[in-house]
Design a binder for this molecule. Sequence first.
Ligand SMILES: Nc1ncnc2c1ncn2[C@@H]1O[C@H](COP(=O)(O)OP(=O)(O)OP(=O)(O)O)[C@@H](O)[C@H]1O
Ligand SMILES: [Mg+2]
Length: 378
Amino acid sequence: KGAFGFSDKISLCEEEKNIMDLIQKIKHGLMLYELEQENIYLRDKIEKKYSFENIIGKSKSMQKVFELIKIVAGNNSNVLIDGESGTGKELVAKAIHYNSFRKDKPFVPINCTAIPEGLLESELFGHVKGAFTGAIKSKKGLFENADGGTLFLDEIGDMSIGLQGKLLRAIQDREIRPVGGLVTTKVDVRIITATNKNLFEEIEQKRFREDLYYRINVIQISLPSLNKRIEDIPLLVEHFLLKHNKQYGKTIKGISKEALSLLMMPIWKGNIRELENIIRSSIALSKTNYLTTHELRELGTRPAAVKRTAFFETLSSALMPFIKDSIEKKEKNIYEKIHAEVDKYIFDYVLSHTKENQSEAARILGINRLTLRKKLKY
Ligand SMILES: Nc1ncnc2c1ncn2[C@@H]1O[C@H](COP(=O)(O)OP(=O)(O)OP(=O)(O)O)[C@@H](O)[C@H]1O
Ligand SMILES: [Mg+2]
């Protein structure tokens, strides 16, 4: 009998079958291994190029931000940083200061929203004794405190129009006059401002001075929202794990794949600050060496998304012993059998919903009626 003879053909088929079996076994083995490992992982390691100071980011947009920081750190121009709340504006301001020639002089931050309008002027420029009720002694302002260094004016969009004029003068003339004072003092201060408002709109609405805008915005750094750089999340998670482990005396090593994909859904409102808070609380809650959706669920974060994942977790933990058992028993067609098992529940439910009407059930399920009938015979 030749190469194409009958018996040859049979042995080839058996061989094929053996190989297919082997592939199936390897596949299932791998799947089990993955499930059992709980997928603890941190895919990315923080490489030097993915961080600048404490700022993490491998996304193109953040790489661009790093480049800009390096450039402006080397010169003395005023910088406007814009971005949504929690995108790292203050972090960037500090990175600029601590990489500039001013690094040994003070970095002085002030939040323009947090300070009542009347007080902000004297906070910035100081006051002389008796300038207003309660001014029992003269006091230096933040401009003088920051002399030689950097003044970081956060939420500049909230500064009153009147004070904006005084700020403009201080920046232009490089001198300040304390509230109630007659004498001006020279100051050498770099101004970095931040805003989460659209200053163009504010200018249009006559709430922000255009001339001040061009003074403070010599260079603009725009920070993208976290939803626009989802690819940064694994690195950020790793960074925050390292950062906060110590704080809680924990040694959490990683995060489950499910939990990480949950965090990578583009639904962040509070940006990186919110992500950091979630990681911090998860660390505090965790009783094991890694974070899972369990901790996220405990936090009650984004219930819909978490609930869905909880379902898949339940499903996988229910299926796991079943698969394992089938493999150990050297059963054939494991894939078909498991599917048939799961299908049974789906079909039963939908059919009872349609009062056993198969066409209607098929329509709901989005499958062919004949396919449904065939599957029901299993
Ligand atoms: N790229 C980043 N890498 C690491 N940590 C970051 C990053 N961006 C922000 N953070 C962290 O997130 C938190 C919020 O950052 P920051 O205070 O700089 O934001 P912000 O833009 O000033 O927010 P807000 O508008 O609410 O004042 C900080 O704890 C900061 O350390
Ligand atoms: Mg801030």
